[in-house]
Design a protein. Structure first.
Length: 141
């Protein structure tokens, strides 16, 4: 079931600049760069609420991607200043949906939006397990 798309005024935000390694043969940011930016803002958001890579390791579990869904709506070019926005839309049991927007604030262009479906899995077995309540609480707005 696809969640309905809605923007979030309380999203975590991370500014960035498009670098040469983000550009493809067409002279625009590649689809791989867009996905990497979504991952970058997700990690920054998680760290900002106290769930760093070290904490996940200590917990003995972490998130793994089950699905990426991305709508490419505009192009970003070398040197563009972008705003990466991300928020958790759903967390329950062993499943989470994280939403993303990539904007060029200078002209209001929405470059991309997307959703990742994550599973919370044991680091030891790779099997899904219930998220601890303190993890769910950390991502509540």
């Amino acid at each position: 079931m696809r969640p309905k798309w809605t923007s979030n005024p309380d999203a975590f935000e991370l500014p960035m600049v498009v670098l040469p390694e983000d550009i493809d043969g067409q002279g625009i940011a590649s689809n791989i760069a867009v996905l990497a930016w979504m991952n970058r803002v997700a990690i920054a958001h998680s760290s900002a609420v106290g769930w760093t890579v070290a904490r996940y390791r200590q917990e003995g579990a972490w998130f793994v991607v089950r699905r990426h869904e991305i709508d490419y709506l505009g192009s970003a070019r070398l040197g563009d200043r972008l705003l990466l926005r991300s928020w958790v839309g759903f967390m329950k049991a062993a499943s989470s949906h994280r939403h993303h927007e990539i904007l060029r604030p200078s002209d209001g262009t929405l470059i991309a939006r997307g959703m990742n479906h994550w599973a919370w899995v044991s680091a030891e077995t790779g099997r899904p397990q219930r998220m601890p309540p303190e993890l769910i609480d950390a991502f509540r707005p």
